[in-house]
Design a protein. Structure first.
Length: 313
């Protein structure tokens, strides 16, 4: 090949490469979730970011740490940076409405995951787990594990989170039908492992004969389990909610935690990005705004198949 032809070929290759990179840059997608210290929220962020990059978007991944003011600043940042879309697991069902209205006015569509807001017509999609259905699955398993009798404790999530209330309602719509089961304590641990540990330690001082703990999420379940182990209560049964790998390990190790409920966080986050991509390319929503994804019971029969909030069948 002569020198002129070689230069022409190299130039063509460079132009083709540049065109490919340009075509792949479909713009910025902002991905905002609660703290990544919680493995569920980290899985959401990772799943959304992976799908966005696969579809040719750059990403801005951030955590609002369940702080409404911080969330609002992050939404403002997304607007200022002319994000094509926002994927959001929000910090408050009411407090998030105003900031998303502002984003919509600025032409930045929002796709919500995990938690709903208390208004429709603002977000393009609200994709959430069927928390009520999942809670009923967990409660039925909990009652079965306890043979339908005995004293138990409930650990609640953050008061401002709709999911905390929905899960608790789902639990009690099952457990209240068991007359020999008695809830002797119900305390908020704010989705926190440390708070759950402290709450459980205190409860055991006044209720040493409990036989079970049902928790609003896996992080609190792990805190409760640690407190029970420290107190030598290895026979007290714990059931969680989320489907984390840490709880999977407790189940397979035959520890206090016997079951959890998987909400498919990874799949949910990726679905939101796919729908954002469709909306941006077609100018219309792919699905209806409110979308429910059923949860799956995880126990000794399928725990080994669980990884990163996804069940590998």
């Amino acid at each position: 090949m002569n020198r002129t032809l070689l230069k022409t070929s190299l130039l063509a290759a460079m132009l083709a490469s540049s065109a490919s990179l340009y075509a792949a840059d479909n713009g910025l997608i902002a991905i905002i979730t609660p703290s990544h210290d919680n493995p569920f929220f980290k899985a959401e962020a990772d799943g959304a970011a992976a799908k966005a990059k696969e579809l040719g978007y750059t990403t801005l991944v951030a955590s609002h740490d369940d702080d409404v003011n911080k969330q609002n600043q992050l939404i403002e940042t997304a607007i200022a940076r002319k994000a094509k879309a926002i994927i959001l697991d929000n910090a408050g069902a009411d407090a998030t409405v105003g900031p998303l209205e502002k984003a919509k006015t600025a032409g930045v569509p929002a796709f919500l995951i995990d938690r709903e807001i208390n208004k429709t017509g603002i977000a393009v999609a609200q994709i959430v787990s069927n928390n009520y259905q999942g809670a009923q699955l967990g409660a039925e398993k909990f009652a079965k594990l306890l043979d339908g009798k005995g004293k138990y404790v409930e650990l609640l999530g953050r008061q401002s989170d709709t999911n905390a209330h929905v899960r608790s309602q789902g639990y009690h719509d099952v457990l209240d039908d068991y007359p020999e089961m008695k809830m002797v304590a119900q305390q908020t641990a704010n989705w926190s492992q440390t708070e759950a540990f402290n709450r459980m330690e205190a409860i055991l001082q006044t209720q040493p004969d409990i036989v079970g703990v049902i928790s609003g999420n896996d992080t609190m379940a792990l805190g409760a389990e640690a407190a029970l182990k420290a107190a030598g209560k290895t026979n007290v049964i714990v059931v969680g909610f989320d489907g984390s790998d840490y709880v999977r390990d407790s189940i397979t190790a035959k520890s206090n935690i016997k079951a959890t409920v998987l909400q498919p966080g990874w799949e949910q986050a990726q679905m939101a990005v796919v729908q954002a991509d469709y909306f941006l390319k077609n100018g219309k929503a792919k699905e209806q705004e409110k979308q429910l994804m059923d949860c799956v019971l995880i126990d000794e029969s399928n725990a080994a198949q669980l990884k990163a909030f996804s069940l590998n069948k």
